[in-house]
Design a protein around this ligand. Structure first.
Ligand code: AAO
Length: 511
């Protein structure tokens, strides 16, 4: 019996729900459009020392090169083959990145585009990132190879061949999303080609996959592909470790497909999280931070142990995908830091931090007509992520994960991991506070007036450095201090006019 219990515990830990991060590392960062050489450096110089668990990387497989518009970021979602060469780098660079990141305990998750190939209007030729031939009209992709009978067109029941309504689950899965050539995932041949691609990445040492457009694949087809996957590379992972699976399913309610259909395969994106949190922090629709008291399942979200959460992603930070105008991004830095701070302090879900690049926004009729713009580049060649003397990034890389408030909250989450939410307090408006057992405490003031109050922190007595206004360095606080009394209470004062109207303390920031 004991043996059985042990086995099932191990089974749970090693299944596709675990991101395989090192002990004490809880968050993932999406280094959107970064080059492999820069990610390798970042793992060693920043992510490992700061306690990040892993990196979601942009699709590493060959894609269509698009000239009109000029090299949009989204060309990487139009596969031509499963060869490993893109604007982020070649196969040797990819392998070097995975090895170096794993060697410092930072995991790599690949954005795997397996639902479709390029768009139907791509024509033919060799305008692709490894130079493989394609013919979109005839549905020929000799680099894999796929040919016409590997696509879904027979199954799709709409006259246009396109997905026309999200109210019909079969259409969502069997028809072309935005005209993208839809693979016939029920065919064993297609499943095998995809599994070969993913197994090659597993051999190289990746820890798992983001499966974009999961909503557009039947859950059973995804499962059949997962069943063909080998266990993770034993150079870095324990025997029998299965790849981490993160499925992108946009479910804001009211459509034919729901997130819960995918729980058996792995984690699922909870898109309600960023949409609602943005609404609350912006104080739209009468929302208040006080209402966050039952944040999580209480707000109609999926079970915490199935949810991948984020404030924004590479799509909805620029008006693609779903979420709408409430989504907070680096462009609204003050509110964004509060939202990310709240997410990292709160126990719900597995957290993913967005790391972006800046582009020139240009609005026509409330739409950013420049939302296609690709990463910082010189004539199409992606620019290096340079690091400034103050540790921020240059060359238009935003590096939200290096903003000290966000970096310190990633550490906060690691320190309070496993502790329940305790000592919730609110003023009935937009001043709230909560603790995580006896490990950490956070206070927000998103009201238009100052906060000044004594709160029960649950922490051991002592003087703590606030990790939002500064750091603990050599036994001193570079920012403000909080004094916790013998009974666990402390006085907090937060002006509503400061840049960061929140304060966070944890046991490793005690003097
Ligand atoms: C590009 C061009 C297209 C062209 C196509 C083919 O932009 O004009 O037709 O090439 O030549 C990315 C870009 C696309 C790009 C594509 C391929 O975003 O613009 O197309 O690369 O280069 C749906 C999917 C979701 C998808 C999202 C963007 O369900 O899976 O659209 N995300 C992933 C990736 C993304 C990538 C792809 C998929 C494709 O993360 O980067 O696309 O591989 C509703 C549905 C959602 C649906 C949205 C948007 O959402 O629920 O499932 O997402 O519509 O179509 C409210 C509603 C909410 C609704 C939303 C928007 O918020 O509550 O439910 O409004 O209407």
């Amino acid at each position: 019996m004991k043996f059985f219990l042990l086995l099932s515990a191990i089974g749970l830990c090693w299944a596709q729900y675990s991101p395989h991060t090192e002990q004490g590392r809880t968050s993932i960062v999406h280094l959107f459009e970064w080059r492999w050489v820069d990610i390798a450096e970042e793992c060693e110089r920043y992510l490992a020392p700061k306690g990040f668990g892993g990196v979601q990387v942009s699709p590493p497989n060959e894609n269509l090169i698009i000239h009109n518009p000029s090299r949009p970021w989204w060309e990487r979602y139009q596969p031509i083959s499963y060869k490993l060469c893109t604007r982020s780098g070649n196969e040797a660079e990819f392998r070097d990145m995975v090895t170096r990141c794993n060697n410092v305990g930072v995991r790599i998750y690949v954005d795997a585009v397996i639902n479709h190939m390029c768009g139907e209007g791509a024509g033919s030729g060799t305008s692709s990132t490894c130079g493989s031939y394609y013919n979109a009209q005839n549905k020929e992709f000799p680099g894999v190879p796929y040919s016409a009978w590997d696509f879904n067109d027979g199954k799709c029941k709409t006259a246009s061949g396109h997905l026309e309504t999200y109210n019909d689950a079969a259409q969502v899965r069997d028809c072309r999303l935005s005209g993208l050539l839809d693979l016939a995932l029920e065919k064993d041949y297609v499943r095998t080609k995809i599994a070969d691609y993913l197994n090659n990445l597993i051999d190289i040492g990746v820890a798992g996959f983001r499966l974009g457009t999961s909503k557009h694949m039947w859950p059973g087809d995804i499962k059949a592909i997962l069943d063909k996957l080998q266990n993770l590379n034993m150079s870095w992972f324990p025997a029998e470790s299965k790849p981490f699976i993160l499925q992108e399913v946009i479910d804001l309610g009211g459509e034919a497909v729901s997130s819960s259909e995918y729980f058996e395969n792995g984690l699922v994106t909870e898109f309600k999280y960023g949409a609602k949190l943005g609404t609350v922090i912006r104080k739209w629709n009468g929302e208040k931070m006080a209402y966050l008291k039952n944040w999580g399942e209480g707000w109609g979200f999926m079970p915490s142990d199935r949810a991948l959460v984020f404030v924004d992603n590479h799509d909805n930070q620029r008006g693609h995908g779903a979420g709408g105008a409430s989504i907070l991004t680096f462009w609204d830095a003050r509110l964004y830091k509060m939202a990310v701070g709240f997410m990292l302090a709160h126990p719900y879900g597995l957290t993913r931090i967005m790391s972006s690049y800046r582009w020139e926004r240009y609005y026509e009729n409330k739409n950013d007509v420049n939302s296609w713009i690709g990463p910082p580049n010189d004539n199409g060649v992606t620019k290096e992520v340079t690091i400034n003397p103050d540790t921020t990034c240059g060359n238009d890389w935003v590096c939200e994960h290096r903003w000290h408030q966000i970096r310190n909250m990633v550490a906060f989450r690691n320190i309070v991991d496993g502790q329940a939410l305790t000592n919730w307090w609110d003023n009935g408006s937009n001043q709230v506070a909560f603790g995580r057992g006896n490990k950490g405490f956070i206070v927000f003031n998103n009201d238009a007036w100052s906060l000044s109050t004594i709160l029960q922190t649950g922490l051991p007595p002592g003087t703590y450095c606030d990790v939002i206004s500064g750091d603990k360095v050599d036994g001193y606080c570079t920012g403000s201090q909080v004094h916790v009394s013998c009974d666990g209470t402390a006085q907090f004062s937060i002006s509503n006019s400061v840049e960061d109207p929140f304060v966070a303390i944890h046991v490793e920031a005690r003097l």
